[in-house]
Unconditional design. Structure first.
Length: 256
């Protein structure tokens, strides 16, 4: 077990098993509020995980009934000296799966949107209530939400502050699956295990191509796609994938 796997924060739990790093927001009695300590612990855990080859995929989950209630009620925006745990999740080069068991509100919704794949229980929900109180959503929520659901739906949620329930989140493309609460952990574990068995370099480069595509003209994005493909052909993992296919066996990827 690695140093990351042994570490246990009072605000964020971290455990590596079966190639997946499980990050758990661990302030259930406070609605997993994103205060300075939790955001700082989350940022530190992300830095450690991204450098740990034992972790090929990251799962972000939360204890209690609420995924995250967002910032403390006394803060409309994080203090400038707080670490940005939401941005740290978004910067992870490995696939990030969010297990959303309850409501994600405000900056808690922004944290969920910073993940690559989101699976929710039937009790999941998402709300951006800031505009109703004369504020502005932060944590990248206005930007990522519009990229996922389009500007019209993003404006509906942000301006009206309407709460989306799990089935609506699924229909809008904010969730890839909705399951009963008792099945959420097992469903996400299977998804994480499937990702962990795949070539880690291929997953990283595929994620890079998609994320960077949002900021590139089409022709530049296609050139990036081609360049990353050529880069992948030079790796030992690519040779292993071909050898495994020819031998009709499961590939043993090493991330090289």
């Amino acid at each position: 077990m690695t140093a990351v796997a042994r570490r246990r924060s009072p605000a964020v739990g971290c455990e590596i098993r079966d190639g997946a790093a499980w990050l758990t927001l661990d302030r259930p009695d406070r609605g997993n509020v994103l205060d300075a300590e939790l955001l700082g612990d989350l940022a530190e855990a992300c830095e450690r995980i991204d450098a740990d080859d034992d972790a090929r995929v990251v799962v972000l989950c939360a204890g209690g009934r609420t995924f995250s209630s967002g910032l403390p009620r006394t803060h409309g925006w994080p203090d400038r000296h707080w670490r940005d745990g939401v941005a740290a999740v978004a910067r992870l080069t490995k696939p990030v799966v969010a297990a959303i068991q309850g409501e994600a509100a405000g900056w808690g919704a922004a944290l969920a949107l910073a993940c690559d794949i989101r699976v929710g229980s039937t009790a999941a929900g998402l709300v951006l209530p800031e505009a109703r109180a004369g504020g502005l959503p932060g944590g990248g929520a206005t930007q990522r939400l519009a990229r996922i659901v389009g500007p019209a739906r993003a404006l509906e949620l942000i301006l009206l502050g309407r709460r989306l329930r799990a089935r609506e989140m699924l229909a809008w493309g904010l969730l890839t699956d909705v399951v009963a609460p008792r099945r959420l952990a097992a469903t996400v574990a299977r998804l994480a295990a499937d990702l962990a068995r795949r070539g880690p370099l291929a997953l990283r480069l595929a994620k890079e191509a998609v994320v960077r595509a949002l900021d590139l003209p089409l022709d530049d994005g296609i050139r990036l796609e081609h360049d990353l493909y050529v880069l992948l052909q030079t790796t030992a993992d690519r040779a292993e994938g071909i050898a495994a296919f020819r031998a009709r066996r499961r590939p043993r990827f090493q991330g090289r």
